[in-house]
Ligand binder design. Structure first.
Ligand SMILES: O=c1[nH]c(=O)c2[nH]c(=O)[nH]c2[nH]1
Length: 306
């Protein structure tokens, strides 16, 4: 059998008080452990090897108290995972997921406030790390960063034409439509096994926060500026740009629901024109949405392994 266990939905707010301009990291952590020693906890009701999930939760808080890297989710998740491998010789793998919730600084009387924040959207930043014991005391690391639920809309600069027309088709060709999606994107890093004691300094060579900001910017800029022929074509441009921009990124995936806004046919009312180029009153459709997904990988031989 195989099993993993640990704590899920550990809520943690770290306040950085090093200056009077406070910063916050508000997160939800999942931390799961694996290893063959845990088998007997399932098969023989023996808890001898079990690190209590309560202790897993406590560890997240203690590490957050002392960590220097809480504000870089990729490093903090690596620190948590590596801690369990360093502390318990029978833990073979640690899998940590961190979701960071948004708090934007309040602007009061035109000035950024030192210690007050507001929730400026449901979008989250996430990381998913899998750290295992590798050869010669090294750690093998699978690391993925993500943006989730970034809701965007543009009112022109999007068409959808020249698709299959047959007896099932009712959708008109459209030169100008609304485009809206809730962006889920993730990008995977290419990491060689690292020495456990150098884990954070080695990973620290990658500018994870800059990469996150850049992928988010590229996503928004491409969405806004592309004369979109389809969600598919715009998605590809987003992914290809970030792969070109950052040598450490091995693969980028997007899942883009096509949130439909259809012009309302108002012709029944005094012949009111509201279709095609006359459209300015739309009905947002809650469901269904299209769903366009793709994973774009770096061309072989162009990768930069850390
Ligand atoms: O960008 C789009 N891609 C599609 O595949 C599709 N299908 C559809 O009905 N509308 C759209 N829009």
């Amino acid at each position: 059998m195989t099993g993993v266990y640990g704590k899920d939905k550990v809520r943690l707010l770290k306040v950085h008080k090093d200056t009077k301009v406070h910063r916050v990291d508000d997160m939800t952590i999942r931390c799961l452990l694996s290893g063959s020693s845990f088998t007997t906890s399932y098969t023989e009701a023996s808890n001898k090897a079990v690190v209590a999930t309560d202790s897993v939760k406590n560890t997240c808080y203690i590490l957050a108290k002392n960590s220097k890297v809480v504000d870089t989710l990729e490093l903090f998740s690596a620190e948590i995972a590596n801690h369990f491998l360093n502390t318990y010789s029978w833990v073979e793998g640690a899998h940590v997921t961190i979701i960071r919730h948004r708090w934007a600084r309040m602007v009061i009387d035109g000035k950024p406030h030192n210690h007050s924040f507001w929730r400026d959207g449901d979008e989250t930043r996430q990381v998913d790390i899998n750290v295992k014991r590798g050869p010669n005391g090294r750690r093998t690391i699978e690391l993925k960063s993500a943006i989730k639920d970034l809701l965007v809309l543009k009112t022109t600069g999007s068409s959808f034409e020249d698709f299959v027309r047959d007896e099932y088709t009712t959708l008109p060709e459209v030169k100008d439509r609304i485009l809206s999606t809730s962006v889920d994107a993730n990008w995977e890093f290419n990491l060689a096994p690292v020495q456990t004691e150098n884990l954070l300094s080695t990973l620290g060579q990658i500018p994870f926060n800059n990469i996150f900001d850049s992928v988010r910017d590229v996503t928004c800029k491409t969405f806004a500026e592309d004369e979109s022929a389809s969600v598919q074509a715009t998605l590809y441009k987003m992914a290809a740009t970030s792969i070109a921009n950052w040598k450490w990124i091995e693969r980028v995936s997007y899942a883009l629901p096509n949130k439909h806004f259809f012009p309302v046919d108002l012709s029944y009312f005094r012949g009111t024109k509201n279709l095609q180029e006359h459209a300015d009153v739309y009905q947002p459709l809650a469901d269904p949405s299209g769903l366009i997904t793709a994973t774009i990988a770096r061309s072989p031989g162009t990768s930069a392994r850390l």
